[in-house]
Ligand binder design. Structure first.
Ligand SMILES: Nc1nc2c(c(=O)[nH]1)N[C@H]1C(S)=C(S)[C@@H](COP(=O)(O)O)O[C@H]1N2
Ligand SMILES: [Mo]
Length: 220
């Protein structure tokens, strides 16, 4: 007899059960009490400043590709159409930039990083990701931080396609860390068993970048 309550014994099911046992992916916090919403040393802004290395790479939605490789069982290579054919998520979250501005209530649409993980099947020994961008920028994250429940690969903001200056066609958004971790013009996601510091992380910025702990610089 087949038990209807029994989930299919897929590799993904087993991996998710293992994560649950280990208490992984508990880092992401979507809601905070209002009086703790603005991290220490930050001020609110209503506009949305542009910060990057100064070059907007010319990548149209037609030419954009996403490569997901490294310590995964199912590498992903998607066109923009294939990317948006995946299950879509709408998350609202706050931005906290290490240069001390914060912006509340940004409406993002795209692919939740958890859906990406379900597609690419990280290996048991995968612990870190490095984001590679079309402008040559890189940034690194612990897998737990990448997998936060409000993290996503965003193609739209406020119901409109993400503008080129803010990282369109697709950028990462990891709301619970400083915004330099949210790679614009996302090109590839590399899964690693050992950590590998990114562009700002080798230039004196904190490896993790938790705004509530004011992890701005590597000595913090
Ligand atoms: N590809 C890429 N992503 C990037 C950067 C960059 O230079 N290149 N700068 C980071 C920094 S330092 C910040 S504060 C935010 C700024 O995003 P915004 O310009 O949309 O505000 O993008 C982050 N992501
Ligand atoms: Mo930044």
């Amino acid at each position: 007899m087949v038990d209807d309550n029994e989930p299919p014994d897929s590799k993904l099911t087993r991996t998710k059960e293992k994560w649950a046992r280990e208490g992984r992916f508990l880092t992401g916090k979507i809601t905070r009490p209002e009086d703790q919403r603005l991290p220490p040393g930050q001020h609110l802004t209503k506009d949305w400043p542009v910060l990057d290395l100064g070059v907007v790479p010319p990548v149209s939605r037609e030419r954009w590709r996403l490569d997901v490789y490294g310590a995964v069982d199912a590498p992903v290579f998607w066109t923009f159409a294939e990317f948006t054919a995946q299950k879509q998520a709408r998350f609202t979250s706050d931005i906290h930039c290490v240069t001390t501005w914060s912006r509340y209530d940004n409406e993002w649409e795209g692919l939740a990083t958890r859906e990406l993980l379900a597609a690419c099947q990280p290996r048991e020994d995968a612990r870190f990701v490095v984001l590679h961008s079309y402008d040559g920028y890189t940034t690194n994250l612990a897998l737990e931080d990448f997998a936060a429940e409000d993290a996503l690969l965003a193609h739209s903001w406020s119901g409109q396609p993400l503008s080129a200056e803010h990282g369109g066609p697709v950028r990462l958004v990891v709301p619970h860390l400083y915004f330099w971790k949210s790679a614009k013009w996302l090109q590839a996601i590399e899964f690693l068993t050992e950590d590998a510091a990114g562009f700002w992380e080798v230039r004196g910025y904190h490896n993790r970048g938790d705004p509530w702990a004011e992890q701005r610089y590597s000595g913090d």
